[in-house]
Design a protein around this ligand. Structure first.
Ligand code: MSP
Length: 491
């Protein structure tokens, strides 16, 4: 049986979901919906969830005056709620505080120890709670602050259990070079191979050193089974979510596509495959097939941040533009993979141009024309469906979605809508005489309705409600057409 296992990163619960998280999750949702149509509902497993352990979350909980568990129990459902609000069709939502995850993650670590992939050592260095990782002097500003979080890292001297990354680096590198694990877009393959080259193993100046899998002073985490004074390092534990989540659904392993943002490439493309190789005795078949790292966006030219008050809440977008409106506005900004900027002020312009005056207007216009102008409904539906079948046959299906060209796919749909509109504007079926020119009217409107049904099919993964509503209004089964309210009321 074919299968498709798709994941998003699991998001930190220190703050509610923002538009960046929604971007990754919606892209994954479009892909999941596409593969469900192609392979069957049961063949797809789409995973998302929340990353809840570690110092960063413990700190946020403390600021909120809650225990970490209380805090996470409040925040995690907000993510699930946001995804429901945006009609995200995940199959499972994992929380790293779920029992099964805690148990399996600990077992994974025990196996690594048994296989000799871990050793005990001392760590001296800088740790940034914002990054949840050890950082080097190179990652600091002139004033000694972490460049990403603008906060002073902690100088740490502690005993850790380390993962012997060096043993696995050459094999991970080869697997990526051979394309057995595809890192996409292609520029990102180069970026990852560049990271390998920093390692002394490959003649570099240093980098990609062995890393800690445990922390002694972080209480909010999963204890190491053989050394309960330590908890599992939050990044290692987080990566394992992709593995612990499908324990009950083994047939889905390994991941077919993992979507991440470009900020977490090193963890996913180097640490994660190395951990899996250690666990699976070097079996490359157990590694993810493709990791796609998309770009980051800024808002009005600036990095999103609480201090700048430019964080966009996807729930607000859904409230303002509707579920499908928000999905469209988030995914249609710039090519998937590239970086880009979102201008908040342009949302309404885009909504009106592409949705209200685009698909919304086309659907109302054609429905009204059909109801007014068609007298021979039997003949009309016969032609509309023959025309539709013919178009489906010649349709270059959704190859673009499988190539992860989501933006380009959306642009083509918008173009299809425009062409359908332009055709009607040229032929002006409203000027034809209903009785005398019925044949011509049917020909034109059957063509338009076939076009609209095809648009509905194409936009289904992106705008699931709109697609369903269009097929309900142009109901081929009952041979009925409903005019209905505007799909996207003008703003
Ligand atoms: N918890 C870790 C991931 C663990 S996965 C095993 C984490 N969480 S996060 O909450 O910081 O989410 C990071 C992800 O959110 C990015 O990789 C990206 O998918 C998404 N984005 C966050 N901000 C974004 C933008 N400004 N632009 C686009 N995507 C963004 O890292």
């Amino acid at each position: 049986m074919p299968k498709f296992y798709l994941t998003t990163p699991i998001y930190y619960v220190n703050a509610p979901a923002h538009i960046g998280h929604a971007y990754t999750t919606l892209a994954a949702d479009v892909i999941a919906r596409h593969y469900r149509k192609k392979l069957g509902e049961e063949s797809v497993f789409f995973l998302t969830g929340t990353d809840e352990h570690g110092a960063k979350i413990a700190e946020a909980a403390q600021t909120a005056g809650k225990t970490p568990k209380e805090f996470c129990d409040e925040m995690a459902p907000l993510f699930a709620k946001t995804w429901k609000r945006l009609n995200v069709s995940y199959d499972h939502f994992i929380r790293t505080t779920d029992d099964y995850h805690e148990k399996s993650a600990a077992e994974f670590l025990t196996t690594l120890k048994v296989k000799g992939a871990l050793y005990e050592g001392d760590y001296t260095g800088l740790y940034c709670n914002g990054c949840e990782s050890f950082i080097t002097e190179k990652q600091l500003t002139e004033n000694g602050l972490c460049k990403d979080h603008l906060r002073a890292p902690e100088r740490i001297v502690e005993k850790n259990w380390f993962f012997n990354l060096q043993t696995y680096l050459p094999k991970v590198k080869k697997i990526i070079e051979d394309g057995k694990l595809r890192v996409l877009p292609e520029a990102k393959t180069e970026e990852v191979l560049g990271l390998f080259r920093q390692s002394r193993l490959f003649g570099g100046q240093g980098g990609m050193e062995n890393f800690s899998v445990s922390r002694p002073n972080v209480k909010w985490g999963i204890p190491l089974p053989w050394d309960r004074s330590q908890t599992i390092y939050v990044w290692v534990e987080a990566l394992l979510n992709y593995w612990t989540a499908v324990h009950k659904y083994q047939m889905f392993w390994p991941p077919d596509l993992q979507i991440i943002g470009k900020d977490i490439i090193k963890f996913h493309c180097i640490y994660w495959p190395a951990l899996l190789l250690a666990y699976y005795d070097g079996d490359a078949e157990q590694l993810p097939k493709t990791i796609f790292a998309h770009g980051f966006f800024t808002v009005n030219g600036q990095k999103m941040s609480k201090t700048l008050q430019n964080v966009i809440d996807p729930n607000d977008l859904a409230l303002r533009y509707g579920e499908d409106g928000a999905r469209y506005l988030i995914l249609s900004q710039f090519p998937f993979g590239a970086d880009g900027d979102i201008e908040e002020g342009k949302f309404t312009v885009k909504y009106n141009a592409d949705l209200a005056n685009g698909v919304g207007n086309l659907v109302s216009r054609v429905a009204t024309l059909c109801v007014k102008q068609i007298t021979d409904r039997g003949e009309f539906w016969k032609q509309a469906l023959t025309n539709y079948e013919l178009r489906i046959k010649n349709d270059a299906d959704d190859a673009l979605i499988e190539q992860l060209k989501l933006f380009e796919r959306l642009q083509l749909i918008v173009r299809e809508i425009q062409l359908c509109d332009e055709h009607l504007a040229n032929k002006q079926p409203w000027k034809l005489e209903k009785e005398k020119q019925q044949k011509k009217i049917i020909e034109l409107l059957a063509d338009a309705v076939a076009g609209i049904l095809l648009i509905a099919k194409h936009c289904a993964p992106f705008l699931p409600n709109t697609s369903a509503e269009i097929t309900k209004r142009f109901n081929a089964h009952d041979k009925k057409i409903i005019i209905g309210d505007s799909l996207f009321p003008r703003k």
